[in-house]
Design a binder for this molecule. Structure first.
Ligand code: MG
Length: 247
């Protein structure tokens, strides 16, 4: 069975939680397929909250429908993320207070053997194997571009004043460019998705230190959020974990 953990927290400095997340099992194969997602909303007057919730809700409904129709996992994810983009974009046109809202969206489908990932923005997916956690997604952010071009170090990027500037987001344009890829899973692999409120404060090593073998994933999610709050909790903090195993 798929073991899950999920926690989304306001943090210590924000007045609203504009992150949304999802961890569920879709009843589409004998043992089901995991669907995980983290979205970090952007937009004033709490519109970011509307954007992230709209994206996650649309993703869940559209992925389930596409899989039932027999679509392959990666294609289903791509179609669902495009639908989520349209839903947020169209909602943003309906009301003045929603204008300019958007959200990151990192989403994954899991079978026992493989992981399928869709990425827009700067939330992240990590693969934790053994005692190491490795980021599999690429951040679509200005600082990530600067690191790639050798203009910033990874450490400078973590605390850069413009680290929140995204180069891609859901809901900003009618079309969205999505990173889509698959990855072969090994038994005992843990998949972790997080918003920047977690990984700005905890690097890969600090995140991995919470994943002791056999640990309950809900407790891991809660201890990761607590650790980010102990380090200041300057932003909303969301983390989703999944692993195939026995309860
Ligand atoms: Mg954030």
């Amino acid at each position: 069975m798929l073991l899950l953990g999920m926690k989304s927290d306001l943090g210590l400095a924000r007045v609203a939680n504009e992150d949304s997340c999802l961890a569920c099992v879709l009843p589409c194969r004998e043992i089901g397929m995991g669907l995980l997602a983290v979205a970090d909303g952007i937009g004033g007057h709490r519109a970011g909250d509307v954007a992230s919730r709209t994206a996650i809700g649309c993703l869940e409904a559209e992925v389930a429908t596409a899989l039932v129709q027999g679509m392959m996992p990666l294609a289903a994810l791509g179609q669902a993320v495009r639908s989520a983009n349209r839903a947020v974009y169209e909602l943003a046109l309906t009301q003045e207070r929603y204008r300019g809202m958007g959200t990151t969206l990192t989403a994954a489908l899991l079978t026992e053997a493989a992981l399928f990932v869709a990425q827009v923005g700067d939330s992240r997916l990590y693969l934790c194997r053994g005692d190491a956690c490795r980021q599999l997604t690429t951040d679509h952010s200005l600082v990530s571009e600067l690191v790639k071009n050798g203009e910033l170090s990874a450490d400078e990027a973590r605390f850069h004043p413009q680290r929140n500037v995204l180069t891609r987001a859901i809901g900003i344009d009618q079309q969205v460019e999505i990173d889509l890829f698959s990855y072969v899973l090994q038994p005992e692999d843990v998949v972790l998705l997080a918003s920047d409120g977690l990984f700005t404060l905890l690097d890969n090593t600090a995140i991995a230190s919470h994943l002791t073998p056999g640990a309950d994933l809900q407790q891991v999610a809660e201890s990761l959020v607590a650790a980010a709050n102990e380090r200041g909790g300057h932003d909303n903090i969301s983390v989703v974990l999944a692993k195939w195993g026995c309860a």
